[in-house]
Ligand binder design. Structure first.
Ligand code: PLP
Length: 419
C-alpha cells in the first residue's frame, strides 16, 4: 500500500495542495466537484489529541455525530475507541449501523419526540440527556409502560455566555436548551419518589466553536459543584457530561489546545472523582475535511474585485450564509498567494450564497479547483437539496489512497421518494 507523504492532513507539496500526500487536483478530476475530502490520518490525530490529554483521568469521548455522521467517518472513530452523542433517532440508527453499542450512545436533543424517546429507552442507551421537566415526565411514563428503569442525565442551562456566534451559543438562560439550575434542583427533589428514573449524570453544553476556555471552565465548575452536592445527598452519579464545543481555528487565530482544554475541565471535575464524558464534534472533524469546488465563471464585481462563481455554495457548506462564518479558500494547484480580489460565491439563487468575502487570491479562471478548508464538520451534515442540487460525493484519504465513501446523489435518488 502506498504510504502517505509528509504530515497528516492538508498541506502544500511542490505547490500543490495535498491530503495526506494525495494531490487534491487528482481527486477532483476523478471524483468530480463539488466533493468533500477527508483525511483519515488527521481525524485520528485530532481524536487522539483529546483522548491522550486525559492521561490517566477516567473519561469517555462521545463524538458528536451531528458534526459529520457519514458512515465511514463514524466507523473510523468507533475503531479508535470513540463512543457517540446522537441528536435524533436517525443518528442513533446510523450509530447502530456503524457498529456502536447502545451502551456507547448518549441521546441529546431539545425536542425528542415520544417515538424517539421510546426507541432510545427500548434500546437501552447509556443515557438520555433530558432537557425539561416535561420531558422527564414523558420519560417516566415510558419507563412505567415498558416496566424498566431509565438512565438519564439532566442538561443544565448554566446561564453562561459562550461568546460564540449567537446561533451556536446554547448556554444562556434565553436559549432553548436545558433546565435552569433552580428548576433542576426542584427536579432533583422529586427523584426519590420516582424509582424508575435513574439519574446518572449532570450534562452541560454551552455552545459550539467556543474559542475561549473561560466559559467551558465555568460550565465544568458548575457541573462539578452540582454533581458534588448530589453525591453528598446519595445520588449514585456515574460521570459528568461536559458536552462539546471546543472551537477550531478557521482563520489561523489562536484557539485552546486539546491539552489546555482537557486540563481545564479535569481541573474542575477532579474533586468529584467522577469520570468525564465529552461530546466533541467540530474539534475532531472540522480541520480534517475540505470541500473542493470548481470555478464556473469569473465576472466583474466593482472597480477592484471580481466575482468567482464556484460549483459549491450554501447547499454544500451552509456556515458562511448561516453564521457569516469564515473559511479559508485556496486554489489546489499552483501558488496559494496572489493579488486579485474576489467575492467567492455559490451557484444558488440567493444573495446570501457567498462562500468567501473579499478574498485575495491568484487569478482564477473557469475550470480551476479551489479548496474550502475546515469543512469536515457541519459541512456535509448540513447540506441540502435546495435548487435540486444533489448531495456531493465524499472521499476519504487513508494510507496514501483514497476512496469514495458516499457517492454523489442523483436526481433519480431525489425523485425516488416522490410520486
Ligand atoms: C449537546 C451537544 N453536544 C455536543 C455538540 C458538539 O459540539 P461541537 O461540534 O462544537 O464540539 C453539540 C453541538 O452544538 C451539542 O449541542
Amino acid at each position: 500500500m502506498p504510504q502517505p507523504t509528509g504530515p497528516a492532513g492538508f498541506f502544500r507539496l511542490d505547490h500543490d495542495l495535498v491530503c495526506d500526500g494525495v494531490p487534491l487536483a487528482a481527486i477532483a478530476a476523478r471524483a468530480g466537484t463539488p466533493v468533500y475530502v477527508y483525511s483519515a490520518a488527521l481525524l485520528r490525530e485530532r481524536y487522539r489529541a483529546i483522548d491522550d490529554a486525559f492521561t490517566d483521568y477516567p473519561h469517555a469521548l462521545h463524538y458528536a455525530l451531528k458534526a459529520n455522521s457519514t458512515l465511514a467517518i463514524a466507523r473510523l472513530l468507533r475503531d479508535l475507541g470513540s463512543a457517540v452523542d446522537a441528536n435524533s433517532v436517525w443518528e442513533i440508527e446510523v450509530a447502530r449501523r456503524a457498529g456502536f453499542e447502545p451502551s456507547q450512545i448518549v441521546f441529546t436533543g431539545v425536542g425528542k419526540t415520544p417515538a424517539e424517546l421510546e426507541c432510545a429507552v427500548a434500546l437501552g442507551v447509556k443515557a438520555i440527556n433530558v432537557e425539561s421537566a416535561g420531558e422527564l415526565e414523558r420519560l417516566e411514563a415510558l419507563a412505567q409502560k415498558l416496566g424498566q428503569t431509565v438512565r438519564f442525565a439532566i442538561r443544565i442551562n448554566p446561564d453562561i455566555d459562550a461568546k460564540s456566534h449567537p446561533h451556536i451559543s446554547t448556554g444562556l438562560r434565553v436559549n432553548k436548551f436545558g433546565v435552569p439550575l433552580d428548576d433542576a434542583h426542584a427536579l432533583f427533589a422529586t427523584l426519590k419518589e420516582r424509582p424508575l428514573l435513574s439519574l446518572v449524570a449532570i450534562h452541560v453544553h454551552v455552545g459550539s466553536q467556543v474559542t475561549s476556555l473561560d466559559p467551558l471552565r465555568r460550565a465544568a465548575a458548575m457541573a462539578a459543584d452540582v454533581s458534588a452536592e448530589l453525591l453528598r445527598r446519595g445520588f449514585p452519579l456515574r460521570y459528568v457530561d461536559l458536552g462539546g464545543g471546543l472551537g477550531v481555528s478557521y482563520d489561523g487565530g489562536a484557539v485552546p489546545s486539546a491539552s489546555e482544554y482537557v486540563g481545564a475541565l479535569v481541573g474542575e471535575v477532579r474533586r468529584t472523582s467522577l469520570p468525564i464524558v465529552l461530546e466533541p464534534g467540530r474539534a475532531i472533524a472540522a480541520p480534517a475535511g475540505v470541500l473542493l469546488a470548481r470555478v464556473i465563471d469569473v465576472k466583474p464585481r466593482d472597480a477592484s474585485s471580481d466575482f468567482a462563481i464556484i460549483d459549491a455554495g450554501m447547499t454544500e457548506l451552509l456556515r458562511p450564509a448561516l453564521y457569516d462564518a469564515y473559511h479559508r479558500i485556496e486554489p489546489v494547484a499552483g501558488d496559494a498567494a496572489g493579488d486579485r480580489q474576489y467575492e467567492i460565491v455559490g451557484p444558488v439563487c440567493e444573495s446570501s450564497d457567498v462562500v468567501g468575502r473579499d478574498r485575495t487570491l491568484p487569478a482564477l479562471a473557469p475550470g480551476d479547483v479551489v479548496a474550502i478548508r475546515d469543512a469536515g464538520a457541519y459541512g456535509s451534515a448540513m447540506a441540502s437539496n435546495y435548487n435540486r442540487r444533489p448531495l456531493p460525493a465524499e472521499v476519504l484519504v487513508d494510507g496514501g489512497e483514497w476512496r469514495v465513501i458516499r457517492r454523489r446523489q442523483t436526481v433519480d435518488d431525489q425523485l425516488s421518494l416522490e410520486s
